[in-house]
Design a protein around this ligand. Structure first.
Ligand code: C5P
Length: 218
């Protein structure tokens, strides 16, 4: 369905990335993980030693990023290089969440996200249904208990060595709180959003429920 826009928002580890990709396969739409845009800015800032509260330097960084970013099925590329894998760490996630609290950064990314969505798209993030695509035909808000979300993150990160489950829970709580309590485009369910709690659900069942909603809406 060209032009169809589906928003999937939720906190870290809610499963929205996996679900968005599977749903995209089912309905034949491209998918954009908007978190990668914020992660790229956070990752570049860390790499270049830019202070995460230096709004002037960050604004320049976002402008540079907008010129050199390419969005591919495999994730995100910057300056011709695929950056996706090196943006997965929780250090980059925390940096992303810090820079994402700045309105200037968000405003600059808004146009790009809307342009990508123009011809139809599934987008996952924090503010897709509330701010980026308020006119999206379907909006889902995916959630799960903090313990289950941390367990999923931990399972993903384990291979890279490092953090204990308890440490991941603490990191996740901090990032959640920052995302929910920030002034600009905080994480919250859209008024017309459909909540799905995935704590005890398999991804296939989450996707089935979404497909059911889409089918009922024609
Ligand atoms: O979803 P992911 O964990 O990759 O997102 C990293 C961070 O980027 C989030 O913690 C959030 O602060 C920010 N973000 C956002 N708005 C979005 C997507 C991500 O503020 N639409």
């Amino acid at each position: 369905v060209p032009g169809l826009q589906i928003a999937i928002d939720g906190p870290s580890g809610s499963g929205k990335g996996t679900v968005a990709k599977m749903l995209a396969g089912e309905v034949g739409l491209p998918v954009l993980d908007t978190g990668l845009l914020y992660r790229l800015i956070g990752g570049l800032a860390l790499e270049r030693d830019i202070a995460l509260d230096d709004s002037e330097a960050l604004a320049a960084l976002v402008d540079e990023m907008l010129e050199q970013v390419a969005w591919t099925v495999n994730g995100i590329a910057f300056g011709g290089e695929n950056w996706t894998d090196r943006l997965r760490s929780e250090a980059v996630g925390a940096a992303a969440s810090t820079v994402a609290a700045q309105q200037q950064v968000r405003d600059k990314l808004l146009g790009l996200q809307r342009k990508i969505a123009e011809s139809g798209c599934i987008m996952d993030g924090r503010d897709v249904g509330t701010v980026v695509l308020p006119q999206a035909q379907a909006k889902f808000f995916l959630n799960a208990s903090v313990r289950e979300r941390a367990r999923r993150r931990w399972a993903q990160l384990k291979d890279q060595g490092g953090s204990s489950l308890e440490a991941v829970i603490e990191e996740l709580k901090m990032r959640d709180q920052r995302d929910r309590e920030r002034q600009h485009a905080p994480l919250r369910q859209a008024e017309d959003g459909i909540a799905i709690d995935s704590t005890t659900m398999r991804v296939d069942d989450v996707v089935d429920r979404m497909l059911g909603v889409l089918a009922r809406r024609g």
